[in-house]
Write a protein that binds this ligand. Structure first.
Ligand SMILES: C[S@@+](CC[C@H](N)C(=O)[O-])C[C@H]1O[C@@H](n2cnc3c(N)ncnc32)[C@H](O)[C@@H]1O
Length: 411
């Protein structure tokens, strides 16, 4: 029975063999309608549960534990830009190695591992063979499939920056998880020379740029539903607080042609965001204003006007209760007496979220309780909805009373 499950699993890549480059470059931002998506995800989760129930626990445990190898294989392919070179067509390991200036035998072995987990496809007998022989380096041809394609920098749903950000910036903290549990100490500071995440990014323009681009790729993971499921057009001005490069703000302005936008973040982020907008969202520039400052300081936050909405997307999961309350109070002060709305777009911990979608990849998210924690965000209390509401109530009692019910769509 277990063998059968493996055959089905490994058979998946063959379904994609005939995909054309145009199909691989398809924009996946709009997944199937939510009920279909949800049914599909739950069906596959049920199969995964059956498979887990049939497999001997040591095997399942070993597979779970080896997740770090999968991450390294994917990261290596991403950072070497293998998918970008394969965009020109299938290549042998030898040809790829020459193009990339790397060791052909090592590359062959990594690509063979990648093919086995469904990333890239291979022709000429890559799977099931022994170590890369001289002949295999020159005869087995690798090509992109629908998974590897999203590592291409020109893919509309490229998540390469997210992969590289997670591995380069966050993984060192995850490596020290046991230290963090033993000591209760600040894991990120422990592994990043005593700095917190934001000081670390400020010290490295390259890593901060990669992080801001990674945040833009959140759109490619289904966040577009936050744009389509809510009536943003009722606000005259959308002030995106901690906007990074403002991919979310751009999506909102496209959807609301009469609205104006303010992109607010730290000074160095905003400077680079301007450059990104000139190339990617030039048509929106006349409606957009760029402001920099510190969201803990009311004086540096854009002043509110009647009809404005302050938007916080993926901000509060970075901070603990006290900091979240401080940010909200600072914004309230900036809003003054104007009639403004605070709109919070956040991932919260719910049982539904913890179920199939995150499953084995992100065990730290799988908290039945109201609070989780992420080693790379030591000051964060990854919050359930009740905790988030409590924070809002602490900062803005009146606003919390009038708060609308949160959206429930998770596609
Ligand atoms: C997790 S990212 C979210 C980015 C964006 N809202 C999105 O959803 O793509 C957090 C953002 O908060 C910004 N940030 C962190 N500390 C800040 C501060 N004190 N003042 C203003 N922005 C800050 C960071 O530069 C970063 O762009």
């Amino acid at each position: 029975m277990i063998l059968g499950a493996h055959v089905v699993f490994l058979g998946f890549p063959s379904l994609y063999r005939k995909q054309t480059d145009a199909a691989l470059m398809r924009d996946w931002r709009a997944p199937p309608p939510n009920p279909i998506f949800a049914i599909g995800i739950r069906t596959f989760a049920a199969f995964a549960h059956i498979r887990a129930a049939l497999a001997p626990p040591p095997l399942t445990m070993f597979e779970l534990f080896l997740g770090f190898m999968r991450s390294q294989v994917i990261y290596t392919c991403a950072t070497l830009r293998v998918a970008d070179v394969l965009a020109a067509g299938p290549r042998t390991a030898q040809e790829l190695a020459e193009a990339l200036g790397v060791d052909a035998d090592r590359l062959y072995r990594v690509l063979r591992a990648a093919v086995q987990i469904g990333v890239f496809a291979a022709s000429g007998g890559c799977r099931g063979v022994g170590a890369g022989t001289e002949a295999q380096l020159r005869t087995v041809r690798f090509r992109n499939n629908r998974l590897s394609a999203v590592l291409r920098e020109d893919h509309p749903n490229c998540i390469k920056d997210m992969v590289c950000h997670m591995m380069e910036d966050n993984k060192p903290a995850w490596d020290a998880l046991a230290w963090g549990v033993r000591s209760g100490g600040d894991i990120f500071a422990h592994t990043h020379g005593g700095q917190d995440q934001w000081a670390y990014f400020q010290a490295s323009a390259r890593q901060e740029h990669q992080f801001s681009r990674a945040m833009a790729s959140v759109e490619h993971l289904g966040m577009h539903s936050a744009v389509t499921d809510f009536n943003w057009a009722r606000y005259r001005r959308l002030i995106d607080v901690g906007a990074a490069y403002g991919s979310f703000l751009a999506a909102l302005l496209r959807r609301c042609p009469r609205a104006k936008g303010v992109l607010f973040d730290q000074v160095q982020v905003v400077e680079r965001a301007r450059g990104e907008w000139s190339s990617k969202h030039a048509a929106l520039l006349p409606r957009t204003c760029f402001c920099s400052g510190n969201f803990f300081e009311p004086g540096s936050i854009p002043e509110g006007r009647d009809g404005d909405a302050y938007v916080f997307r993926l901000i509060f999961h970075d901070w603990d209760d006290g900091s979240t309350v401080r940010i909200l109070r600072a914004v309230l002060q900036a809003a003054g007496k104007s009639a403004v709305t605070l709109l919070i777009v956040e991932t919260v911990i719910t049982n539904e979220f913890c179920d199939s979608v995150c499953s084995s990849q992100q065990p730290a998210f799988r908290q039945a309780s109201e609070r989780g924690f992420l080693p790379h965000l030591p000051r964060a209390d990854l919050a359930g909805e009740a905790v988030l509401r409590a924070r809002i109530a602490a900062a803005l009692p009146a606003a919390a009373r009038g708060a609308a019910a949160p959206g429930t769509r998770t596609s």
